[in-house]
Design a protein around this ligand. Sequence first.
Ligand code: NAD
Length: 479
Amino acid sequence: MTQPHLNLIAGAWCPGETATMNRNPSDLSDEIGLYAAGNAEDVARAAEAAAQAQAAWFDAGPQPRADLLDRIATLIEARATEIGTMLAREEGKILPEAVAETRRAAQIFRFFAGEALRIPGQALASVRAGVDVEITREPLGVVGLITPWNFPIAIPAWKIAPALAYGNAVVMKPADLTPGTAHLLAQIIHEAGCPAGVFNLVMGPGSTVGAAMLDHPLIGGISFTGSVPTGRMIARRAAEQMKKVQLEMGGKNPMVVLDDADLATAVSVCLNGAFFSTGQRCTASSRLIVQAGIHDAFVEELARQAAALRVGPALDAASQIGPVASLSQLEGNLSYVRLASDEGCEVLGGERLNGPTEGFFQRPALFVGARNTMRVAREEIFGPCAAVIKVADFDEALAVANDSDFGLSAGICTSSLRHARAFKRHAQAGMVMVNLPTAGVDYHVPFGGRKGSSLGPREQGSHAAEFYTTVKTAYSFAG
Ligand code: NAD
């Protein structure tokens, strides 16, 4: 019997109450490993250790924090192929994407190593003679980080790095499907010399470990990325306890294609945005809003290229699209494929595929002839499925793009500067792309959305300070 991989609490590797086996969605016979599943007591020990370690961590000043983050970045980079292979194996993203995500995590740690040295403050003249006013940023204290399975190293990185850079201590709970990548990251943080208790990893189910984090009084803020229903519940629980929250949730991201777009660019942008990473990106283009003049040529070429995408095991160099991450996700996708047909769309692709091994493979799907009122155009599917909605002109395209409960990312393919400018100005989304896929962002600028997609301050870049710090105004009178 293999030994489980353990939780990291107070600088020591600790068993959980139980352990769960992690499986490979490309090959169900591949058992990756056993991972500890903690409980509320583990969360309490982690929160207490974090609270105890946090003051010294902050008081030591920014240099040790910058140095630690820099060492973590170097260690991630050195092990990028090993970590990327684990990521591809447990999440199903193809290996080049998984290694690129791992390298992105290293870049994020290095960016925040610099940010630790640039924590902003302000000194203002007081309205009272002889009085000085200083505005400083201080850490929240202990932050709880709850992350999803679809970017199992980049999302933990963009939460852990700013949390530590600004002097917080961390209790992190990774997604149940992807503990392997999180465990490798925790090993690296530990090996890099993170003081005991400053970073704690508690793996296990959301309903026990996550719920205990929401309730623990020593955890002052929760940064969550995941689905809307979980986010909504977290917002309610956090409000009852006056905890600060940052929620990054779903999307139903529109990509507008105007008649004046370059067809090859539009097809490549939509193929990437809708289907790469198996469509399992919160920023995926799941509504393709296409003007009537280019519609038929666009659909024909996109359908041809989508059907030609090689779907297969994540670690197979020939694969362009890996499997869906889990059986429940696959079943959900297939039920949306049936729904699209029931709602009157012409469905191209979308069927379950056999691979060389037993896995959750699905052909990319286009729902042609969709209307924006249909459920397949309103609900997040989170798989390789995109609804194609035909519109008459730019004004209708913009109105359809904005008619959504979500507002994460929005894109337009056009050669018109006027339309590009109007779209950037009026799209109700946190991020806007012109002639680029809705997914795929830089790591040094803010990330986040509007409406049902996000709540609280933005993540990433220097804007991350908004969540991970609290502002203090100090007055002094020299006498
Ligand atoms: P999920 O909501 O099921 O789970 C997210 C995390 O919350 C997991 O760690 C889970 O264990 C935990 N959780 C579940 N129940 C909980 C509870 N009762 N209390 C506390 N924690 C709990 O989401 P998922 O399926 O892992 O991820 C997919 C979703 O994530 C999609 O909706 C996607 O759009 C979203 N996502 C958003 C972004 C973004 O930045 N906007 C990025 C990636 C993914």
